[in-house]
Structure formats: structure tokens, C-alpha cells
Design a protein around this ligand. Sequence first.
Ligand SMILES: *Cc1c(COP(=O)(O)O)cnc(C)c1O
Length: 430
Amino acid sequence: MASQFVPTQYLLQSVKTGQEFVDKGWTLDAPGEDDPSLIRAVYEEVQLNLKDESLGLFKFADWLPVNHMLQGSAPPVTYKSEGLAKHLGLNNLYITFSGYWPEKGAFMPTCSFKETEAYSVGGRLTADTEGVLVVASAGNTARAFARVCSDNDIKLLLCVPEDNLSAMWFDRPIKSNVKLVSTRSGSDYFDAIHLSNMICDLPGFFAEGGAKNVARRDGMGTTVLSAATFIGHIPDHYFQAVGSGTGAIAAWEANQRLMVDGRFGTNIMKLRVAQNAPFTPIYDAWKADSRQMLEFDNDEARRQVEDMDAKVLSNRKPPYPIFGGLYDALKDTSGEVLVASNEEGRKAAALFEELEGCDIHPAAGIATATLIKEVEKGTVPQDDIVMLNITGGGEELFKREKEVEYLKPDYVFDIEPDIEDVKKVLKDLF
Ligand SMILES: *Cc1c(COP(=O)(O)O)cnc(C)c1O
């Protein structure tokens, strides 16, 4: 099957200037431009033709910047809600689920939508990509990349805070082409990113690129493609919990492609993104009507992150100010940033499990909580098409059915490691 796959044809484009250029393999920025701007993939196929279901996530390959297909992927699944919809009095509530829920046809073994980006990013690699892919993560991204790269023989180095290692569970062993290093207990995602940046400056390693990687965003955008192709229409409202907001930017971009496609309506979906109090930097900037993130105290932020349930939402430097980033996405879609507390998130997750039948990730609980609050406020007309992006779920179900083991770090660094130590450790690892 893989050998028959024709690489997806696309160009890259600067969102800021519209300049188009070819992908040199791993292009993350527009050449010759000084102002920071995201770049986008412009696909040759302006209409999305779904490929065979057996291809998993790659059934969306028309709109994924991929050179080849990887093994073992599963797409997000969309279905029409009954239980929660009835409870909220909504007539068109659709749930897009990324995770493990066989009854609904959802088969992601790492239980979050980070798997969509890991497959897409892996598929963007070419036969002549050399070096070790480096990914920093607070948990779900690392788990997804570890599984995908292990199963597809891609060399990977993960940087994960020691306090987040409980996220590194797997039902099958992770092969030795995947290495894991941590920043010592007391550090967070911010420190893991710092470590990964140091490593990416060394020869033989390259950054995955985060929000700047078109493959990451278009992988996540498959949640909206799943929803629109199932519903037959672009939704009116999009609810998602955000830390970086990359998923919401991806949703906006998928919306724009669907408008050009023409078969799914031409409406702009209102992005209604949610943060987990007390750590709400995107909410704070948006409320202040600021394109720049507001200043905050790092120690205070560390304490707030400790207090939040959904640690995957703890990004301190989201792609919010950058051109084509979250600020622009929210402005363009008359979007808004919402907030829910741990307590509200837990209640909403329990309600989801009771009414829909599956456990969901705390982050998805935050998104669900803000949907509930907005319905109570009367800002969601009952006949509007609502997409609730359940970005992770089925972890409890998965762990009940399978035995899991934890991947241990190959090395634990100090919070601010010395570059010479880092070099020495990495030399022994690869
Ligand atoms: C990463 C993650 C999010 C936040 O996604 P962003 O688009 O990066 O803001 C939400 N939910 C889950 C389960 C995640 O793993």
C-alpha cells in the first residue's frame, strides 16, 4: 500500500506576504522575511477527496503535507451527540473524539489528538532527512511521537519534565530508536523546551518545529475535516481546550480550505477556546485586547501550573502574537477565549462520561465545561452546529483493557543544564 502512495503535492505560503515557495524538506519559515509569520501549505487538490478508510489518518492525505504514509494510524472520529446534546438542549451537537473508544471506532493507542500531528509530521520526513528529530512535551505529544516513531523506525529524542513522566505509558515496548531525557523534578514544560532548544543547536539534531510545522497543524486540522465530512457542513461553533492554540489555528486553516472546497458551506466557524484556571495567559492577553502576551512572573506561573489539572494546557509561549497565529485566528472568526476551573472541568468530564459513555482527558473536560457554561449563558443557539473537540479520551478504558508500562528517562538533567554535559550525554545516547 505504502509503495503506491503518491506524495501530496503542495506549495508553502507566507501568511503575512502571500509569497509562495517550495518545501525544501523541513521549511519552517518564509525565506527572506523578517517579520515573524506562520507559513501554510497550499494543496494542489482544492477539494478534499477522502481516501480508503484502511489508511487511517492518511485518508485525509489530500490535505496533509506528506511524502509517505506511516503504519498504524487512526483518524479522529465524529458522531452526533444524544446524551449531552439532550442535557444541554442542543439539536446539532457533534463530538469529534481523538482517543481510544472502540465502540465509536476510535483507535488511538496514545489517547489524544497529538497522535494526528505525530503521524503527519512523520509522514513529512523524506528518505534523505538525516539526524534525530527532537520534540519537547509536557506529556501527550511525547507519548504520541514515541509510539509513532518507534513503530515506524524514526530516530527521536524526547524532552519531558521529570514531573510529567507519568504520561509516558505504553501498552507495547518503545524501541531503542526513541530516547527520552528529562529536566529534574520542579521543572515544567518551559524548561523542557529550553533543553530541547539547546539540543537542536547541536549538529545531528533538528527541531520538530511546533506550531511552525505545517505538518503538525494540518495533522491536527483533521479533527475539523472529520467533523465537516461527517456532518456535511462546516460547524458554526468550535469548542477546544488550548495551551498553545495550535489546534485552534489548525481548525481555522481547515475551515478556510473547506470554504474553497465549496461542498461544506462557506461559513466561518467561531473559535471558542478554553483555558484551565488558574494558568490563563492566552485568556489574559485576549481580554486585554493585546496581540502580545502579557508579562508574567515565572515563579508565579510555575505555581499556577502546579495547581492546574490539565497540565497539557500549560504553554507559556503560545503562537498567539505571530502573524497567522492564534490572535489572528480569533479575530478572523469573531472567536473568544473562555476559562474553566479544575472543579468545573472535573464535573464536566464526569457528566460526559455519564451521558456519552467514555472517560475524557482533563483538558477535554475543560472544553466541555466551557460549552456547558456558554449554553447556560445563552450564547449557543440551539439549532446551530456545534463541534466539541474532545482532544483526548479513553485513557481509563485503554488502561483497563491493556497492561501498560512506563518508559524511563535515559538521563535526567538539571533544570538549567550545562551545555557541555548535554553534549556528553547525547554522544552516548545516539
Ligand atoms: C495538547 C492538548 C491540548 C491543547 O492543544 P493545543 O492545540 O496545543 O493548544 C488539548 N487537549 C489535549 C488532550 C492535549 O493533549
